[in-house]
Design a protein around this ligand. Structure first.
Ligand SMILES: [Zn+2]
Length: 412
């Protein structure tokens, strides 16, 4: 047999002492075979017995407003949480070229951290129009060799109260955007916005991914309307929400009931710990709440969840090195999850579970799937999260994307 490449001594999440590693043979960008000591021609790459996982999936990331701290600082007073307003105030200065450059620099860092799939939220509010969509469309084409980029178009600053906003969403959907989103908390009419999002999802046959239930009050959750409509129109498995900070304020029994409801409706939750930690509890002077939903608890009730980065270097999230593993480690600290099983689930939320939100049917290490692979400086998924392990090599459709040398201590 002739292969393009054989990745040898690869430890898989399913490996055990009897069969600690396998070879993964790649041909025409796809996994051709998985087995022990695969014979055949092709370039040999040694994974050295390290864990090989599928490429990471960022299910919720705003490339279009990354890296804008130079023109929009975080608030000086920590009790102020007006990041949305201050970002909105500079959006008119965004040009296609400017968005493209910031998004590209951010995307490259994500790829170097092992990300091979991303759903990126794209704002089309009237103050930015379709410039973000133009930039992301071009970026998706230019970087198709490194990452599958899936845009989700939405209005950040209001919908039912926005003049000209919906026309922009429709224009982007007509140009092929596969996901429609929203942010009802910044709308004067939450239920009205949610109804418009689903109406467009049905009209254009696209998936739904809404910023939902940020904040800390629990008497006014929008998730039940989202589940009701999802049930009514049969959109289960095609709907996700981002944040869900309010779920962190629910008593355990109510959180578990929510998990069962999400599972029954097929509505997924992307937890965004960096942003939620930075923004929640600003109304509190002390004993500041965390605002990070316990996705493991929802998963235990059958729901699907992911962990994602959301933003880097902007007023919503002024930090970030685009390491999704670091975000998951932070999440595990905040929700106080540390068992082997918990951490294995955390890694699943960066991989298989997030891929289900993006509805990637061809995702994972199996013969026939695209060879999107990462070699980690770790032996198990749980160890990756626990140690914030470095990705040592990345592959997109069988082509090497990067090789990272481990730092060596220089002895005297
Ligand atoms: Zn977001």
């Amino acid at each position: 047999m002739a292969f393009d490449l054989i990745l040898r001594n690869a430890r898989l999440a399913t490996s055990d002492a009897a069969r600690p590693s396998v070879d993964i043979a790649i041909a025409d960008g796809r996994i051709a075979a998985i087995g022990e000591r695969i014979a055949g021609d092709g370039e040999n790459v040694d994974a050295g017995g390290r864990l090989v996982s599928p490429g990471l999936v960022e299910s919720h990331f705003h490339l279009d407003k990354a890296r804008i701290l130079d023109r929009c600082e975080p608030p000086k007073d920590r009790r102020t949480g007006d990041h949305m307003k201050r970002t909105a105030a500079i959006k008119h200065t965004f040009t296609v070229e400017d968005i493209y450059t910031r998004a590209r620099d951010t995307l490259e860092q994500c790829v170097l951290n092992g990300v091979t799939h991303m759903r990126t939220q794209v704002e089309v509010d009237p103050n930015v129009g379709l410039r973000g969509f133009d930039a992301i469309e071009r970026l998706a084409r230019d970087y198709a060799w490194a990452i599958d980029l899936q845009p989700c178009v939405f209005l950040q600053e209001g919908w039912t109260n926005s003049v000209g906003g919906e026309a922009n969403v429709v224009a982007a959907l007509k140009r092929g955007a596969p996901v429609v989103g929203g942010a009802p908390r910044y709308d004067t009419d939450h239920p009205g916005q949610i109804r418009r999002i689903f109406a467009l999802a049905q009209e254009f046959n696209v998936d739904v991914d809404i910023h939902l239930d940020g904040g800390y009050t629990t008497h006014d959750l929008d998730i039940f309307q989202v589940c009701d409509i999802t049930d009514r129109i049969g959109w289960g498995g095609r709907v996700a929400i981002g944040h869900g900070s309010k779920y962190s304020c629910l008593p355990q029994a109510e959180l578990e009931a929510l998990g069962r409801r999400l599972a029954a409706s097929g509505v997924a939750v992307s937890v965004l710990p960096a942003t939620d930690l930075f923004n929640n509890g600003r109304h509190m002077e002390h004993s500041v709440m965390r605002g990070v939903a316990d996705a493991n608890a929802l998963i235990a009730q059958g729901a699907n969840c992911s962990i994602s980065t959301n933003n880097v270097m902007n007023p919503f999230t002024p930090f970030g090195d685009c390491s999704l593993v670091r975000i998951a480690n932070m999440y595990a600290n905040v929700v106080q999850r540390g068992t082997e099983g918990d951490l294995t689930e955390c890694f699943a939320m960066l991989t298989d579970r997030a891929a289900r939100i993006l509805r990637r049917g061809d995702y994972g290490i199996a013969a026939g799937n695209p060879a999107d692979l990462v070699v980690w400086n770790a032996k198990t998924p749980a160890e990756i999260i626990a140690t914030v392990a470095q990705p040592l090599m990345g592959f997109k459709r069988g082509r090497r994307l990067f090789v990272r040398e481990m730092a060596k201590l220089l002895q005297p």
